[in-house]
Every structure is written in C-alpha cells, then in structure tokens.
Design a protein around this ligand. Structure first.
Ligand SMILES: Cc1ncc(COP(=O)(O)O)c(C=O)c1O
Length: 430
C-alpha cells in the first residue's frame, strides 16, 4: 500500500501545489513537521497510535478554536490548514481567468482528482464520479433504480435519514415496500448482523441498504459478508460509507458492493461539498441519473456528473487533502482514532449510570462512540457538557440509540478526553 501511495504522489504531485509551499506555518516549521512525519514512516501503526508526541506534531497542522473542546467532528471534519491554504490559492488562480479556466483547464484538473481518488478508494475511474456528498451519491441510486410496485428494499433503523427519506419517497411514489430492520448495538458475531439482513429477504427483495460505519454509534458493519450473502439471493447492495473513507483502512473493491457513496468533507479532510458516487461497471446502465443526461452512453459513469456549474475549486482541493492525509497514512489514522475511542470508553464502561452504546471489539469499532447517562435525555446531556464543561458533542435521540455521539479528531489530546471522562462521571452522579 505504501508503494501505491507513493506512485500516486509521484504521478499527481505536479498537478497541484505542494503542501510544503502552502502552509501558513512558517516554512521552516512546516518543513520540520513534514520531515518529522516522514522519519516516523517505518514505525508500526499500533506504536504510532499511542505516541502523544507524534500526534502533538500532527495537531500543529490544524487551527482549532480555543473556545471549547470539539468532540463533534462527525458532521464535517476540520480540514488541515495546508489544505485550506491550497484551496485559497486555487480560488485565486481560477478567479483570475474564470471562463478561460472553465473552458480549458477544469476537466484536466478534475479528472486528475478523480484518478487520485479512484486509486485511494480502490476502484477504477470508469466506476466513480466526484459529487457533492453522500446524500447526492446514494439518493441518485435509490431514486434512479428501476423498481416496480411491490418490489422490496431492506434498510436499518440506524441508517442515515436522507437515505431512508429517499426510500420512503419511492414507497409513496412507486409503491415499493421498505423493510426496516433493527440491528444489535453489541453484536456477538458478524453472523448475527448478516442474519438480521438475511431474515428480511423475500422473493420480492431487490436491493439492500447497508451503512458501513454507523454514524450514531460508530459501529462498523461486516459489509463484505453482507454483500456476499445478499448476492447469493440476487439482491444488490447500496453501501453508505459516509464516515468510512479516510477513517477505516479499506478499498471499495474489497467490499464488493454494487453502489457506494461517501462524503470527502468528513474524514478525508477535503473542503465542504465533496463526495464520491461509485457504481460497479456492469450496473451503470441500469441506474437513471438524477439530473438528465444525453451526452454519454447509458453505461458510461460520466452520465452521473451532469451537475451544471460547480464550485470547482473545492473539488480540485481534494488533491491537496489526499496529499496531506498521505503524510500520515490511512493505517495510522484508523489506529489512532480507534485508540482514542478505546481510551475514553474503557475508563467509563464500569461506572454506574453510564451506558456505552458502541461495540468494544476493535474490528467493529471506529473513532466514534455513543454514550448515555441514565435518567438524562441525550439533549440534556449534550447541553450540560457544553454549558458546564465547554465540551461540544451531539445528542442522538434515535428509536434505536439514545446518548451523545463523541467524535474526536486527529488533533484531539488525551487530556481533552480525560476532561470528558471527568465530566461524564460527575454528571452521572448528580
Ligand atoms: C451515515 C451517514 N450517511 C450519510 C450522511 C450524509 O452526508 P452528507 O450530508 O455529507 O451528504 C451522513 C452525514 O452525517 C452520515 O452520517
């Protein structure tokens, strides 16, 4: 994997300004940070995950508000400062030659970003387009599949609301039938999860919607096993990886799902309004684009990128986000984020009145976790944390999960998590 990342940087490094030239950190400081990170590349992910000195260096690339402790990095994650600086340079560059840029250069640069993303995400450029976010990606599929009256779709009550809303619209408009399943918060095995989906299959089931990393709890589902099971019944799988890319170390091809979407403004650290729609090559022809297109053949993925004029500078900056991420490496990000989650949840798990709504096992975990306090609503808990302790989280009041979602970032320190543990312990006693 390291080799392929290097080849991507060598291949595309000249298309965009190097992060070295972009930071507002003084050149020498940024230079030192990069050479420090490079010197650590031989160390194991597990070793790095626990090395606070290393993460203090990484944190220098983020401009974090001193006003509160931000443990809500799930909605969208702060981009590193060099990425923002790069974006600003792109805005100025494009603005200087606006239409000339759009007519002459835009596609070369956007195609280069697509190629780099395809390599990072693990698919071909013939199977993906850059779009604005997961909602746009997956709703395109949900609304674009040919489903007839009585056809069935399976989804879970822990799936994201926008996707459930799109399925509900199809139920109202086309009379499809949605089967909404419940998933355990603490599954004992992958098979238990696969069974939940399998039991909902009937002869009319056409498609299944699976969230890779559940945003409200942080639980990671065994997507490949679910896909294998679904395919054995001839059922297609739409995978919501909004929180997974840039957070977990995986490739789309290893999941073997049919349709897939992500948001790059979450864990890849790209500017707001950037995402990916992936459609397996042989499935492209059967999905209608959301926005009409007659410029490309039915089986050409580019029919999905007929968006009109976009803030293209944000999309070009995805390249800079990938480069910045590569200075750390996805294996390290995954290991660090899991370590942070383990660090604070372990301290709370046996405390009376505290309920952890996230699995313990490493393979089912991510950096996100959900915690509740008995006799306190999620909103009351989130409000008290912010008001009394200046700790920002988000209340999750879903029929399946009640608690606050805690989402650290790479710049989060153990000291901040200690403050969270103290706060929750105190609140649970009152
Ligand atoms: C699991 C999941 N899916 C989809 C989305 C939608 O992402 P976006 O608003 O970027 O489209 C989110 C957003 O938080 C999410 O958590």
């Amino acid at each position: 994997m390291e080799n392929s990342r290097r080849s991507f940087l060598q291949k595309f490094g000249t298309l965009s300004v190097s992060p070295l030239a972009l930071s507002t950190l003084p050149d020498t400081e940024w230079d030192q940070l990069l050479s420090y990170l490079n010197r650590q590349k031989q160390r194991s992910n597990q070793d790095i995950a626990r090395d606070e000195a290393y993460w203090r260096e990484v944190a220098k690339a983020y401009r974090v508000s001193p006003d509160f402790i931000n443990l809500e990095n799930g909605y969208y994650s702060m981009a590193a400062w060099p990425v923002l600086e790069a974006q600003w340079q792109h805005i100025q560059r494009v603005n200087q030659i606006p239409s000339y840029y759009m007519r002459n250069y835009q596609w070369d640069e956007r195609n280069a970003v697509t190629a780099a993303l395809a390599e990072f995400a693990g698919c071909t450029v013939e199977e993906m387009v850059v779009c604005r976010n997961t909602t746009e990606a997956l709703d395109t599929v949900i609304l674009g599949l040919d489903l007839d009256e009585g056809d069935e779709a399976i989804m879970s009550n822990q799936d994201y609301g926008s996707m459930l809303a799109a399925f509900n619209q199809r139920a109202r408009r086309d009379k499809i039938v949605n089967r909404v399943i419940s998933l355990p918060l603490h599954p004992k095995s992958d098979e238990e999860i696969v069974d939940c989906f399998e039991k909902a299959i009937t002869p009319r089931t056409k498609v299944m919607h699976v969230t890779h990393l559940i945003n409200i709890t942080g639980q990671v589902l065994p997507v490949r096993k679910i896909c294998d099971m679904a395919h054995s019944y001839g059922v297609e799988v739409i995978c919501d990886s909004a929180h997974a890319l840039g957070h977990l170390d995986f490739k789309i091809r290893d999941l073997d799902c049919d349709y897939w979407g992500t948001s790059l403004h979450k864990w890849v650290g790209a500017p707001l309004g950037s995402g990916i729609l992936f459609v397996k090559k042989e499935k492209i022809a059967q999905v209608w684009p959301l926005l009409g297109d007659d410029g490309f053949p039915e089986d050409d993925i580019r029919k999905f990128q007929h968006f009109g004029t976009l803030p293209v500078t944000g999309h070009i900056s995805i390249m800079d986000a990938l480069k910045f991420q590569d200075t750390i490496g996805i294996g390290r990000k995954q290991a660090r984020l899991r370590y942070l989650k383990q660090y604070w949840t372990e301290q709370l798990k046996d405390k009376p009145g505290i309920i952890i709504n996230t699995p313990w096992e490493e393979e089912r975990s991510s950096g996100i976790a959900n915690v509740g306090v008995e006799n306190l609503s999620p909103k009351e808990l989130a409000d008290r944390l912010m008001k009394d302790y200046k700790i920002f989280t988000v209340a999750i009041d879903n029929e399946a999960v009640k608690g606050i979602r805690v989402t650290p970032h790479l710049y989060t320190s153990l000291n901040e998590l200690d403050q969270l543990v103290t706060a929750l312990t105190e609140i649970s006693k009152t």
